[in-house]
Ligand binder design. Structure first.
Ligand code: G6Q
Length: 544
């Protein structure tokens, strides 16, 4: 990066938004809806099977116009083109960012360092399809000739959160006579509990690690090997019970997994953007190659929309810009994502990594500290459970927390009209958050004066509603791509690198230093601060 860009807060659109915020901050959604009967229909956009109603946001047409102007001033369109065409936009790691190539059609060509990556992507996809089908059909047998009934994905962070989320999200479509488990934590309990009732003869491990050096994953992979071989007896069994997904074939070979059992991916796929690469092997075995490919088609449909639609009608751009509006002008610090769909129970934790690891940064692409807020804390729970726990704070707490509500018109599991109950709750919550209930209304209903303040709701709490026809592999793909690109949009506005994660390094280095201090038989010389020294000594004293 040569020239230092104009600071964000000095851009004309930013200044105009700051002034516009002063005009907007005391305007209630009640007023905005009362004066505009077409608002609910007009402030909506649709793409790739996802309908976004953003009318219950504290915005006017002018807000959108200014946000789009900000996107233009920050050259969002050029940045999108740079990402899609393989420029090395991950500047701190000098890498291209091409997760969109993972779902590109076979006949497309995208080059990274002079190599057509699409051809490589499809080669791996084809190999994954063959392998997945063999496991699903029972042609791929364990070392003792038994059918594989259990698949355990061992990975961490981006090599875990995507696979777990996708498996749960698409459980309806999964092969039901197989069991899928996910081990990530270096806490031995994770591995022990996952394998407790399993027979190694029927168990396949997928070791997922881009680097194949991640401590936690390697420790669990070795535990898995020992667990398998204890029962299976011979090293030869490894080739029937272990496959690896990695961008580091040399390390995989050292572990003892041969080339035939390796599925590759590339340095231009970031961990948290990798669930549709070979990292999704467990997903493909669970739902089958055809469903996996329709998931990719969903991603692709949203990619195309993001790449080509004007920002005024562009779902990821709109959602990203609305986040900027709240974070930078309303001072919002947390945002909630609330799927009214049990299968999406891990979607919030998946999004936590996607949003916070991508944009939880304070240094710009020019190497300067920012003077504005970046990623908020993301959190959430599936509805309606959250309603009976933290929604109190959403409705009457002191913080403004914009929420994304996600719902589906058709349920996959119709039970006595329960789906209508679920969706009534979703719609009711967005209505209550937006419009609230005044003290006067509460009193008119007969509430005594002293109780009325407790029972009234100020409202004016913004929400997006994402309404999708049905949860399918395709719509899930589109939904994930929507958030990926919304995160990208925010990163472009904030002028940060959404694709590195230096903030996770320090803790790793310190832990490495501490391991011998915890392990050593003799009392170690400790040179930490007095708190850390005391904690280590106490741990050593009591661990026996
Ligand atoms: C994601 C991060 C991080 C990564 C894990 C696992 O974007 O890079 O979460 O996925 O640290 O790394 P490996 O796949 O290399 O084991």
């Amino acid at each position: 990066m040569n020239a230092v860009s104009q600071p964000l807060t000095e851009r004309p659109a930013w200044k105009a938004l700051a002034a516009h915020y002063q005009a907007m901050r005391n305007i209630h959604l009640r007023q905005l809806f009362a004066g505009d009967s077409g608002r609910g229909k007009r402030l909506a956009a649709e793409a790739a099977g996802i309908y976004l109603d953003y009318s219950k946001n504290r915005i006017t047409d002018e807000t959108i116009q200014l946000l789009v102007q900000l996107a233009d001033e920050c050259r969002l369109r050029d940045r999108i083109d740079a990402m899609f065409s393989g420029d090395k936009i991950n500047v701190t790691e000098r890498r291209a960012v091409l997760h969109t190539a993972l779902r590109a059609p076979k006949d497309e060509q995208i080059f990274a360092d002079g190599v057509d990556v699409v051809a490589e992507v499809h080669e791996v996809l084809d190999r994954m399809s063959v392998f997945s089908q063999q496991v699903r059909d029972g042609q791929w047998l364990g070392y003792t000739g038994k059918r594989i009934k259990n698949v355990i994905n061992i990975g961490l962070g981006g090599s875990d959160l995507g696979p777990v989320m996708a498996y749960e999200a698409l459980h309806y479509y999964s092969q039901r006579d197989m069991r899928f488990l996910f081990v990530s934590n270096v806490d031995g309990t994770d591995f022990v509990e996952a394998t407790r009732y399993l027979n190694p003869e029927e168990t396949l491990f997928i070791i997922c690690s881009k680097t194949f050096t991640t401590l936690e994953t390697m420790v669990n992979a070795h535990a898995a090997r020992a667990w398998s071989l204890r029962k299976l007896g011979s090293e030869e069994a490894v080739s029937r019970h272990f496959v690896a997904v990695s961008a580091n074939p040399e390390e995989v070979a050292k572990f003892g997994i041969g080339e035939a059992n390796q599925f590759g991916f590339w340095d231009w796929v970031g961990g948290r953007y990798s669930m549709d690469s070979a990292i999704g092997l467990s997903t493909m075995i669970a739902i089958g190659p055809e469903n996996f490919r329709s998931m990719l088609a969903g991603f692709r449909a949203m990619d195309e929309h993001f790449r080509t639609a004007p920002f005024e009608r562009n779902l990821p751009a709109l959602m990203g810009l609305l986040s900027v509006w709240y974070i930078n002008f309303f001072g919002v610090q947390t945002m909630a994502v609330l799927p009214y769909e049990q299968y999406l129970k891990y979607f919030p934790s998946y999004l936590q990594q996607l949003t916070m690891e991508s944009n939880g940064k304070h240094i710009t692409l020019d190497g300067l500290p920012v003077d504005y807020h970046t990623a908020p804390v993301y959190w959430g729970e599936p509805g309606t459970n959250g309603q009976h726990s933290f929604y109190q704070l959403l409705h009457q707490g002191m913080q403004l927390i914009p929420c994304d509500f996600i719902g589906f018109c058709q349920t996959l599991n119709p039970v006595n009209g329960q789906h209508d109950l679920l969706m009534a709750n979703l719609f009711a919550q967005t209505e209550a958050l937006a419009f609230g209930k005044t003290e006067q209304e509460v009193k008119t209903e007969g509430t005594p004066d002293w109780l009325a303040p407790h029972r009234s709701f100020e409202g004016n709490r913004p929400t997006n509603t994402l309404l999708v026809e049905r949860l399918t592999p395709q719509t899930l793909g589109a939904l994930i791509a929507l958030y990926e690109h919304s995160v990208f949009t925010q990163g472009v506005i904030w002028h940060i690198n959404s694709f590195d994660q230096w903030g996770v390094e320090l803790g790793k280095v310190l832990a490495q230093r501490m391991i011998p201090e915890l392990e050593s038989a003799s009392e170690p010389q400790l040179n930490h601060d007095s708190s850390t020294n005391t904690l280590i000594r106490r741990y050593r004293q009591f661990r026996a």
